[in-house]
Design a protein around this ligand. Structure first.
Ligand code: CP
Length: 307
């Protein structure tokens, strides 16, 4: 089964295939979609809130001719609230659908689900762990913009501890030699050691700093993130981390003309709306790319499980 559990599972060749397939999906969408997965059903199983991931997956499944089932909020409206285990929930849903897209509060939940599922499981975010499909669309956006990923300077800014997208994006970037990654964060939300260890093992250059000003003018990509208020152990810790890095017109004026600003969104004040109309503000077109990447992933998962 073609599960997508974490970003380390993607090697360079598979990434290139996936990006090529996503490009083809752009054409499919421009034709209004096709019927290649008619009769197939995707379950949306979201134990945490989502706008982009859930709706872009659902849009992707519809564009491929399939249909979607799900509960509005699995924490409240699935039988998890009556004490059903995640494993039993997945066993049941495996009999109702052909692919499961799951977001959960706990690190490793997608792996637990895949261990008992009879259908592919696609990880739509597991707590502060990973968000692999987001990282794929981030990398796709970068590649579309620059025509390559190799050799780029990429700054990840903000909550690098609880922000799962930067963990997954680091693992994707580790496939590309000569990238330079800057991890810019408050001290209490630094990039985790296990991510740095992986980058070391892959020989990827990176630098940790608290000083955004010193690198803003040199980078190709500034990947801003939200401080994940809901994951902090206390308000005191959250307040230490919040409000330190804001991408506004002044900061943008010091960035290169060919640079881009990305953000997985939602934002909570860390990107000023005053830059939204600057061509370098790429976060809304980044979100659209989520449909194409997720169409490519669903197509692969559903095609492989048919065999
Ligand atoms: N980027 C992202 O995961 O957004 P949602 O939480 O809205 O799905």
């Amino acid at each position: 089964l073609y599960h997508v559990l974490g970003a380390k599972q993607f090697g360079r060749d598979e990434l290139e295939r996936l990006f090529d397939s996503s490009k083809e999906m752009e054409d499919v969408v421009s034709r209004g979609g096709d019927r290649r997965h008619q009769g197939k059903i995707m379950t949306s199983l979201f134990f945490e809130a989502s706008t982009r991931t859930r709706l872009s997956f659902e849009s992707a499944m519809h564009r491929l001719g399939g249909s979607v089932i799900g509960t509005e909020n699995a924490s409240q409206f699935s039988s998890a609230i009556k004490g059903e285990t995640l494993e039993d929930t997945i066993r049941i849903i495996s009999g109702y659908s052909d692919v499961i897209v799951m977001r959960h509060t706990e690190i490793g939940a997608a792996k637990r689900a895949a261990a008992v599922a009879d259908v592919p499981v696609l990880n739509a975010g597991d707590g502060a762990g990973e968000h692999p499909t987001q990282a794929l669309l981030d990398a796709y956006t970068i590649r579309k913009q620059f025509g390559k990923i190799e050799g780029l300077k990429i700054a990840m800014v903000g909550d690098l501890a609880y922000g799962r997208t930067v963990h997954s994006l680091s693992y994707i970037l580790a496939n590309y030699q000569d990238v330079m990654v800057y991890y810019i964060s408050p001290d209490n939300v630094r990039i985790p050691d296990n991510v740095k260890k992986y980058m070391d093992e892959k020989g990827i250059r990176y630098q940790e700093t608290t000083d955004l000003d010193s690198v803003a003018g040199t980078v190709d990509v500034l990947y801003q993130t939200r401080i994940q208020k809901e994951r902090f152990p206390s308000m005191e810790e959250y307040e230490k981390a919040s409000g330190q890095y804001i991408v506004d017109a002044e900061l943008l004026s010091r960035m290169r003309q060919d640079a881009i600003v990305l953000h997985p969104l939602p934002r909570a004040g860390e990107i000023s709306e005053e830059i939204d109309n600057d061509p370098r503000a790429a976060y809304f077109r980044q979100a659209v790319n989520g449909v194409y990447i997720r169409m490519a992933l669903l197509d692969q998962a559903l095609s492989e499980s048919k065999a």
